[in-house]
Design a protein around this ligand. Structure first.
Ligand code: FES
Ligand code: MG
Length: 598
């Protein structure tokens, strides 16, 4: 189909608002107020695509704040391609700023954006993404409404530096917490070191959840090639904005929608890319959540094992490696990763991308430009580096990120010649982060290297929203002896920037009666990475007794949204999305144009 603006175009959904033949009274009502800031009737009634810019940046969402200026390049591209841009705000989601959790707001932003995309005269939309949950939140909404959509990331911050040492956002916090606990640095030093990781506009520069989710959006086919990794301040970032603006107008004419691009095969591709980049443990719930908003994309947590586990880690970025966003971009970013995986034959090359071309067309000739940063498939940083999907007598599923298991952990827990990859630990249970901080240094707990730190009531219902708290530091006493990592486990999440091989995202969570609720201090737990099993070693009668006497925590809802969210949210293994009854997929088509409001 033509994209040069000359041929006769199909009729657009925005015409139902702005140019509906036979109902001048309604058209006038919609039209007149869009004129009041200077748009003309000619622009709005000439059949040009109206393109929404879903603006996630604000002073409250600093990781995405530079989208406020980048939006100009999106608009330039839209205009040059013959479209009309209309920018609007998305409910802010800032990972670090929002209490009790940003996770609580992901679905809220999605619900808000669904209403906007469906209820306003929009023919296509650019999703401005960046900070962790802004990418899944906006993609979930666009998937549900299913109008032409393209993802435009704001990109990572520049590298942080201290002398000649790279300082990665998030990762430096975990490192400095250890130094502070060991008494090696003081408060001023702690603050200075952590701040040095954020030298410019952009999202986290590590391969945390933000860079992971934007890389996976690209792997899914939802952004232009190369978009994910370009650092926020680079000129290519704004140039990518211009191309993105141009492309969405073409996509409207081609009627190229999320449901044409995000198929089961593209999700399997994304799972493999997630392993190859050493992606965040937050990816599985977010990826599941996006799939939940599409029709006929039936994926589940076990697919990560089937399709992601055997892939090697090839990207050398923190927390699994040493580099940051700038090197990842220069080494070729997601296109290079896709190229390596295509060469190895593990990517479905037929799936479509927002370019209108297939993954194979776009990425087959891409390769790493720096093998120190992006390795080859055959000489990776680690083989079989995907998430282990754990289960056992305490829960149906949990994740363990194998690519961050370091030599210390391996030598201490996984190298017993009699039971390789298998260890038994003594449980120390915390009822949430407050309890953990209050009691972790309590000598009576007698915590040593044979313990596992367990945190519960931190899932979607219990927290609410699921908190990033599972990567707990051992007591100061052990940290001072150089023991900086104990096994941990919990029904919350952990930051994608954390290098801890925790057992996390445990589903079902304790607050809904999950098995974590039954554990007591000093219980023994056996963890077997050969079979991916976690089992409480307990007499069956005693286990039955505890199940009969289970006491769930009481959570007081503090806001109306918390009440709605907690009453409808599913578990992390299911994406932590809201359970609804109607058909809310392909909404624009399924339910047609909404009724007039006057
Ligand atoms: Fe926003 Fe990491 S906190 S991207
Ligand atoms: Mg995070």
């Amino acid at each position: 189909m033509s994209s040069n603006g000359n041929t006769q175009k199909r009729s657009l959904r925005s015409a139902a608002w702005l140019n509906e033949p036979g109902s001048p009274d309604q058209t006038a009502i919609y039209l007149e107020r869009y004129l009041n800031f200077g748009l003309t009737r000619e622009e709005l009634q000439s059949g040009k695509p109206i393109i929404g810019i879903a603006q996630t940046g604000s002073d409250l969402a600093p990781c995405n704040r530079h989208h406020l200026t980048l939006a100009q390049r999106l608009k330039d591209g839209i205009r040059d391609a013959g479209g009309i841009p209309l920018e609007f705000p998305v409910h802010p989601i800032h990972e670090m700023g929002k209490r009790p959790t940003a996770a609580l707001d992901r679905n809220l932003a999605t619900m808000g954006l669904i209403e906007v995309l469906y209820g306003y005269p929009l023919d296509g939309v650019i999703l401005t993404t960046g900070c962790d949950k802004t990418t899944p939140a906006t993609l979930m909404a666009a998937a549900a409404v299913d109008i032409p959509t393209i993802v435009y990331s704001g990109g990572p911050m520049l590298n942080g530096w201290q002398g000649d040492k790279r300082v990665g956002s998030g990762s430096i916090i975990w490192e400095c917490r250890e130094k502070y606990a060991a008494g090696d640095i003081d408060y001023e030093n702690f603050m200075d070191q952590v701040s040095s990781s954020a030298p410019s506009a952009g999202h986290c520069n590590t391969m945390g959840t933000a860079l992971t989710m934007n890389s996976l959006a690209e792997a899914l086919g939802m952004s232009l090639p190369g978009c994910a990794a370009i650092p926020g301040p680079y000129r290519e970032r704004a140039q990518m904005g211009y191309f993105t603006g141009r492309r969405i107008v073409e996509m409207v004419w081609e009627d190229l929608k999320p449901s044409d691009i995000m198929t089961k095969a593209s999700f399997y591709n994304a799972m493999r890319v997630c392993t190859a980049i050493g992606g965040s443990t937050n990816a599985p719930p977010h990826i599941q959540a996006i799939a939940n908003h599409l029709r006929d994309v039936d994926i589940n947590i076990n697919d990560w094992q089937t399709h992601g586990e055997k892939t090697p880690l090839i990207v050398n970025c923190q927390p699994a490696g040493e580099y940051l966003g700038e090197e990842f971009h220069r080494a070729g970013g997601v296109p290079a990763v896709m190229g390596e995986l295509i060469k190895a034959g593990v990517i479905d090359t037929k799936v479509l991308t927002v370019t209108g071309k297939s993954v194979g067309d776009i990425y087959t000739s891409s390769a790493s430009k720096d093998h120190d940063v992006i390795k080859t498939y055959d000489q990776p940083m680690m083989e079989n580096a995907g998430f282990a999907i754990m289960s056992g007598n305490l829960f149906d599923s949990a994740l363990m990120k194998k690519s961050v298991i370091d030599d210390d952990f391996r030598n201490t827990y996984l190298s017993n010649p009699e039971s390789p990859n298998c260890f038994t630990v003594r449980a120390i249970v915390f009822e949430g982060p407050e309890d953990y901080h209050h009691r972790i240094n309590d000598a009576d707990l007698d915590i040593d290297q044979h313990c596992i730190l367990i945190i519960r009531n931190c899932g979607p219902v219990g927290y609410p929203g699921s908190a990033e708290v599972v990567n707990m530091l051992p007591p100061d006493r052990l940290v001072k002896q150089g023991i900086t990592c104990l096994p941990t486990m919990g029904d919350g999440r952990q930051s994608g920037t954390s290098g801890s091989p925790s057992i996390l995202n445990i589903s079902p969570e304790a607050a809904v009666g999950g098995g974590l609720a039954h554990i007591k201090n000093n219980d023994l737990i056996c963890i077997d990475l050969n079979t991916n099993q976690v089992n409480l070693l307990i007499d069956e009668q005693e286990f039955a007794r505890r199940k009969d006497n289970i006491q769930l925590i009481t959570v007081v809802n503090q806001t109306p949204w918390q009440e709605i969210y907690r009453s409808r949210v599913n578990q992390l293994s299911e994406g932590g999305t809201l359970q609804t009854e109607g058909d809310y997929t392909r909404i624009a088509k399924t339910h047609g144009i909404p009724r007039n409001s006057h």
